[in-house]
Design a protein around this ligand. Structure first.
Ligand SMILES: [Zn+2]
Length: 102
């Protein structure tokens, strides 16, 4: 994509700003896309809006191997942890680590 021409938008009374449709389309952003908003430089009042990659709902790792579950995702390691805990419900975390490191 080539550099975008700057667009001016006003914030509404709830603090919302509409991201122009051509920018949303270029970035593949749609309804439900999770965005992170952070202050980039407070002295010049600049923020960064970036897309949040899907991450594991349990350990927050970002991975290409996430499985979609209900409203979130789970990584293979967390899935193994859950499976292990179901299979050996009275085991502790040390036993889990031994199992994973085999
Ligand atoms: Zn995980």
């Amino acid at each position: 994509m080539t550099e975008q021409k700057a667009v001016t938008r006003s914030m509404d009374n709830l603090g919302r700003v509409v991201i122009p449709g051509d920018i949303r389309e270029a970035l593949g952003w749609g309804i439900g896309t999770k965005l992170e908003v952070t202050i980039s430089d407070i002295t010049v009042k600049t923020v960064i809006i970036r897309e949040i990659s899907p991450c594991c709902s349990l350990c927050r790792v970002e991975s290409e191997n996430l499985m979609k579950v209900e409203k979130g995702y789970i990584c293979p390691l967390s899935l193994r942890l859950l499976s292990f805990n179901f299979a050996y419900s009275n085991s502790n975390f040390q036993n889990f680590c031994k199992y994973i490191n085999k």
